[in-house]
Design a protein around this ligand. Structure first.
Ligand SMILES: [Zn+2]
Length: 423
């Protein structure tokens, strides 16, 4: 927390520091005490996150989205109270499935996991209708945010669960999916991954090209995060609508397969796209090896026969307590707010505030010292103001750009539909 660049940790903390400053000022001072309406202006922005991995927590026994959690204790970074505190209006809630074998049986099993994840998101909305609402369109998302509710759209991270049936994407569209990323850590039936050992296709597979056409037809935004550079190039070439990198970084600042070079950044912007900068430590900087921690984590995981999502509430508590023990004994090296800002400011310098946004990878491994959970968005806003960006720029960075990309996908789909009827 020492590295935090702003006094505004939260509404309450911000108010306390303003009062403290006011108390120190002499009555004759002409200097404004602080931007008095900073939090009001920040809260007035539409802030959308393009990659909320929170659905993985929704299926966790005992997790209640309406309860305030503590990231330092249970690693959770998103819930309604902290969204309120940080001014986060919602965004794209991720249906993530890890990559498995490319066979029909595995496709079916994973398809069911993805569908049940979507059901969990819809159940969250159904259980809290005054707080959350599903958004069908970008216009809908604006309306919901302006009404003070949280916007819920979904995104697919790894299209693996679609199997070889691209038409299944429409089923996910009907469940609320408005963004789709073809691939995750390893090559799959659609595309090469940025982090696999070798390439399978040199870009998209023929099935991946079908996926792009189907996403375009439905008006879903294509997400190039995790994809190999050749896949990025193919997406740019094939997609009739701008694409997004929902949680990525820049390789000019740190060379990593999850980051993108400046030339491709410019191409992305020229095609109307947006990069959402992530805050995942190992994509921001190089850390020294920590074999003792790695061994302790492996040993800890081996103690549990079920994965966290399948644990009972009691088992999960034991698991979290053991994780806390390992963290206390072998603390992980962590990146900080400045490492994140270096990435964000670089992307802003290269392609400008209409093509850059924020996608820290909350509940998916993101978060750095000073940017611990979604209550910390005001820190980013304050820092962008300090860097000279206007409130309009910040509005685009925080949500305007991602909504514009969604709108472009919607209008491209409408054009395709109109062209199809006149044929
Ligand atoms: Zn990811």
């Amino acid at each position: 927390m020492d590295q935090m660049m702003t006094p505004f940790k939260s509404t309450t903390a911000g108010l306390v520091s303003v009062l403290a400053l006011a108390a120190c000022q002499t009555a004759t001072s002409q200097e404004p005490v602080a931007e008095p309406d900073f939090m009001e202006q920040h809260q007035g922005l539409i802030i959308l996150d393009t990659h909320l991995d929170t659905p993985a927590n929704l299926v966790q026994p005992g997790f209640d989205i309406m309860e305030r959690h503590d990231a330092a204790l249970d690693y959770s970074q998103v819930d309604w109270p902290r969204m309120e505190e940080g001014g986060l209006d919602g965004g794209w809630w991720v249906l993530y499935t890890p990559q498995g074998p490319l066979d029909e049986r595995s496709y079916q099993l994973t398809r069911d996991v993805a569908i049940m994840r979507a059901v969990a998101v819809r159940e969250m909305v159904a259980a809290n209708p005054d707080e959350f609402e599903m958004a069908d369109t970008a216009a809908d998302a604006r309306r919901i945010a302006n009404e003070g509710k949280k916007v819920v759209m979904m995104s697919i991270e790894n299209s693996y669960p679609l199997g070889t049936d691209v038409s299944l994407l429409e089923t996910f569209y009907n469940l609320g999916v408005r963004m789709v990323g073809p691939v995750h850590f390893r090559n799959n039936q659609f595309a090469d991954s940025g982090t696999d050992i070798q390439q399978a296709y040199g870009g998209l597979s023929p099935l991946g090209e079908e996926l792009v056409r189907e996403a375009n037809r439905l008006g879903m935004v294509l997400d190039g995060s995790h994809a190999a550079d050749d896949v990025f190039d193919d997406l740019i070439e094939l997609s009739g609508a701008p694409i997004i990198l929902s949680h990525s970084g820049t390789s000019a600042i740190y060379m990593h397969p999850r980051n993108i070079d400046d030339e491709r950044l410019r191409t992305l912007a020229e095609h109307g796209g947006v990069i959402q900068i992530n805050a995942l430590g190992s994509y921001l900087k190089q850390f020294p090896e920590n074999p003792e921690r790695d061994a302790a984590m492996r040993a800890m995981r081996a103690e549990f026969s079920t994965s966290p999502a399948d644990m009972t509430e009691e088992e999960y508590e034991v698991y979290i307590a053991r994780r806390n023990e390992v963290d206390a004994q072998f603390p992980p090296e962590r990146a900080d707010f400045e490492d994140f800002m270096e990435q964000l400011l670089h992307a802003l310098r290269v392609i400008g505030p209409e093509h850059v946004g924020i996608g820290p990878d909350w509940d998916g491994g993101g978060g750095v010292i000073g940017l611990e959970d979604v209550s910390d968005y005001p820190a980013i806003t304050q820092r962008l103001l300090d860097e000279g960006y206007s409130w309009d720029d910040i509005g685009n960075i925080m949500g305007g750009n991602s909504l514009r990309v969604l709108e472009a996908a919607e209008s491209h789909a409408a054009e395709l539909a109109a062209a199809a009827t006149t044929e």
